[in-house]
Design a protein around this ligand. Structure first.
Ligand code: CMC
Length: 428
């Protein structure tokens, strides 16, 4: 018997049950033995949106939402963002430990070896309309890649999974850059593997006719920080999609396309795009109070505010706010930052937001930096998807190698009609 237990009395029958508690949770299947009668299928929990249901055990990412703490593999996000490169953090997430120099060099080499896209992927992408939404293109292109690497179906082979992981981490910046170029009507720029992960991405976005693109080190570092902050965030909507789709033994490309589709939504990764649209709509500081009143009346949300887990300042938002100043030293100030800072100040003093513990989240300031870097608003969620690819793949790996995991298949509480006989058309 477990040392920690809970005893439940079913007031319908007067029976008591003692259930083990492990890691602060009871097993939902242990509730099945609690029945009101022979026909009863057993007690279930009802939890739309998984507000209090753990669907897995995980060792990747820790969040304490009340204290505003985020850690990857135990390391505080502030320390990682302050010192590491994005690929160093990617290695940490994937392998569980920080790399030694030789290990990082090898990982970097392996990623660099896979940055090029098959020419047919490029041709496939040219089929999109000139104004196609970047996330629609991203989701479809990632899904299409499963047809280029059919061996990805062998999901129980660790070497195959590892290869697809490297491919995806390496190729998502190339896909993103091609999407940008497609919408801008520019010729696609191929990867330059002598550059860093983020330096190469900037090169593929902005290289025009120069033989060697010169990466601005401040922009490169800022992008590394932004990518680190977005690399993982435990069981959010898109990671849950990755795990759920992957639980059917679906390959990494197709599962990742599903995760990216979940990220697209404005309540999730699509919020960074929505924040920018909101700030532009507000237009000037004097119109903020009127906007806040509309939000409080339920006429829309303050995008970039609130979080399912954080009931305190999102630590990523704090770091992004600092990074913004560094980017502005190169690009000039984005005037929207003044509206955002004032909006944050007013909201954080307002009873509505205080009572509901609504604070700025990662998306509140990220778009302002991306805009200053010259990235179009519609691309913002793609900018989120590039680094989150590492988190999604790490969770996929953990899920596939976890003996507890089964195909995702939630229960429902059926409230529809009881059994009834079919009525022919002329009698309805
Ligand atoms: N503006 C105004 N009111 C809000 C907001 C907001 N941004 N967020 C939550 N509320 C209110 C909500 O109306 C509700 O009030 P009441 O209790 O009176 O009905 C209360 O706060 C609780 O909200 P909820 O929708 O039940 O909370 P949730 O945990 O289900 O939703 C959320 C979390 C992130 C979807 C939500 O806060 C939201 O819609 N925020 C705006 C979108 C956004 O910024 N999303 C990015 C999240 S962080 C990055 C990521 O995940 O990609």
């Amino acid at each position: 018997m477990a040392t920690e237990t809970i005893t439940i009395t079913d007031n319908r029958t007067g029976k008591t049950y003692t259930l083990p508690i492990e890691h602060g949770a009871i097993k939902a299947t242990d509730l099945r033995q609690i029945k009101a009668g022979d026909e009863d299928q057993g007690l279930a929990t009802y939890d739309p949106g998984f507000m209090n249901t753990a669907a897995c055990k995980s060792r990747i990412c820790f969040i304490d939402g009340d204290k505003g703490i985020l850690e990857y593999r135990g390391y505080p996000i502030e320390q990682l963002a302050g010192t590491c490169s994005f690929l160093e953090v990617a290695y940490l997430l994937v392998h569980g430990e920080l790399p030694k120099q030789g290990e990082l060099d090898e990982f970097t080499r392996n990623v660099s070896n896979h940055t090029i896209l098959h020419e047919n992927v490029k041709q496939f992408m040219t089929g999109f309309r000139y104004d196609a939404h970047p996330m629609g293109m991203f989701v479809s292109t990632v899904a299409a890649m499963s047809t280029f690497y059919p061996e990805a179906k062998n999901i129980h082979d660790p070497a195959v999974r590892r290869k697809q992981m490297l491919r995806l981490i390496a190729k998502v910046p190339t896909i993103a850059a091609f999407i940008y170029r497609h919408n801008a009507g520019l010729p696609y720029a191929y990867p330059d593997n002598e550059l860093s992960y983020t330096g190469n991405f900037l090169n593929m976005l902005y290289k025009i006719t120069e033989s060697k693109y010169k990466v601005n080190p401040i922009m490169e570092r800022a992008l590394d920080i932004l990518f680190i902050l977005h690399a993982d965030h435990e069981q959010n909507c898109s990671t849950t999609a990755m795990r759920s789709v992957g639980s059917a033994n679906t390959d990494q490309f197709s599962s990742l396309a599903a995760a990216a589709a979940a990220l697209y939504g404005p309540l999730h990764g699509g919020a960074n795009e929505a924040v920018l649209k909101m700030l532009r709509q507000i237009g000037s500081k004097d119109r903020i109070p009127e906007f806040i009143e509309r939000v409080k009346k339920g006429e829309g949300r303050l995008m970039g505010f609130g979080h399912r887990v954080y009931k305190n300042y999102d630590p990523r938002a704090r770091i992004i706010k600092q990074t913004a100043e560094e980017v502005f030293s190169v690009t000039g100030k984005n005037p929207l930052i003044d509206i955002a800072v004032e909006l944050e100040r007013i909201a954080l003093e307002d009873e509505y937001f205080i009572k509901r513990r609504l604070y700025p989240n990662v998306d509140f300031y990220s778009g302002i930096i991306y805009e200053a870097m010259g990235i179009p608003t519609e691309m913002f969620t793609v900018m989120f998807a590039i680094p989150r690819t590492v988190g999604w793949l790490t969770h996929y790996e953990e899920m596939v190698t976890d003996a507890d995991q089964k195909i995702a298949r939630p229960k429902q509480l059926y409230l529809g009609s009881g059994r009834r006989d079919f009525v022919p058309m002329d009698k309805r």
